[in-house]
Design a protein around this ligand. Structure first.
Ligand SMILES: [Zn+2]
Ligand SMILES: [Zn+2]
Length: 261
């Protein structure tokens, strides 16, 4: 029997067999290919790693290995954690790995962004993913994201936003001079710009439940220039181009339709 190092797939096919499922040690939870799992980090002080299981295999000695694809947390990405990243945000990376099944601590659910924003209660096991991430280059797919409010930021589902009845844009209470408590008590909100306009057109379709439901959006691109590390978001409107930290300039556009599905 040839010896193989842990984590390195054996070249000898004999004795390895694919498994339909694996039961997490000390639990009755079954893990199957396609499931998302929490894996014990090497540093005990860190949060668990999140991965999507691609394949489960056992070798001749019944050591179970999982082939997995890592999710990255924003702080593990080249651009780092940004203000608009939610606490439960993950990026699906192009980083594949083989790990011992013993490192699996539990299961979790990685929702689409839209489904996550519709959850009534967010449990410890709930995460979401709106971007794929290339670990080597730090690039995101999609390379654009909708932005809201005067601050031109993408939606962070952890933050309360209020929708203007006039322009339908969403605002952070702090950005329009309100406290979160004041915003929660509001029945109607009209932004300063729309208040000065007498002819506020009211929505015929009512209100979207959250910015994730918006159809018409302003979008921002990830910077692709020399400053790559920053992945600075720039405002994209039909009227003007916003300089990045690196002073690169961008083409500007408005996208009709959701930028994520
Ligand atoms: Zn804002
Ligand atoms: Zn408005």
């Amino acid at each position: 029997m040839a010896k193989t190092r842990p984590g390195v797939p054996s070249k000898i096919k004999t004795g390895r067999k694919e498994l339909d499922s694996y039961t997490i040690k000390g639990t009755n939870k079954l893990v199957r290919a396609g499931d998302c799992v929490l894996m014990r980090p090497s540093d005990a002080g860190k949060p668990p790693y999140v991965a999507r299981v691609e394949k489960i295999e056992a070798d001749a000695r019944n050591n179970v290995k999982v082939h997995c694809r890592w999710y990255y947390r924003p702080e593990e990405s080249l651009g780092g954690r940004r203000q608009f990243h939610g606490a439960k945000e993950l990026f699906l990376s192009d980083h594949f790995d083989v790990q011992s099944a013993h490192t699996i601590e539990g299961k979790c659910i990685v929702h689409t962004f839209k489904n996550y924003t519709r959850l009534e209660n967010v449990g410890a096991e709930d995460y979401y993913c709106r971007f794929e991430y290339k670990a080597a280059t730090g690039a995101f797919t999609p390379d654009r994201v909708a932005v809201y409010c005067k601050c031109e930021m993408p939606y962070n589902p952890d933050d309360l936003m209020v929708q203007c009845e006039g322009c339908k844009d969403w605002y952070h209470p702090a950005c329009v001079g309100m406290t979160i408590e004041e915003a929660k008590k509001l029945d109607h909100f009209v932004c300063a710009e729309c208040s000065s306009d007498d002819d506020v057109k009211k929505s015929q379709n009512g209100f979207a439940a959250s910015p994730a439901d918006d159809v018409k959006v302003r979008v921002s691109l990830f910077c692709k220039c020399m400053c790559k590390m920053f992945y600075y978001f720039t405002l994209i409107t039909l009227a003007s181009a916003a300089p990045c930290l690196c002073r690169e300039r961008y083409t500007i556009f408005v996208v009709l339709g959701p930028v994520w599905t």
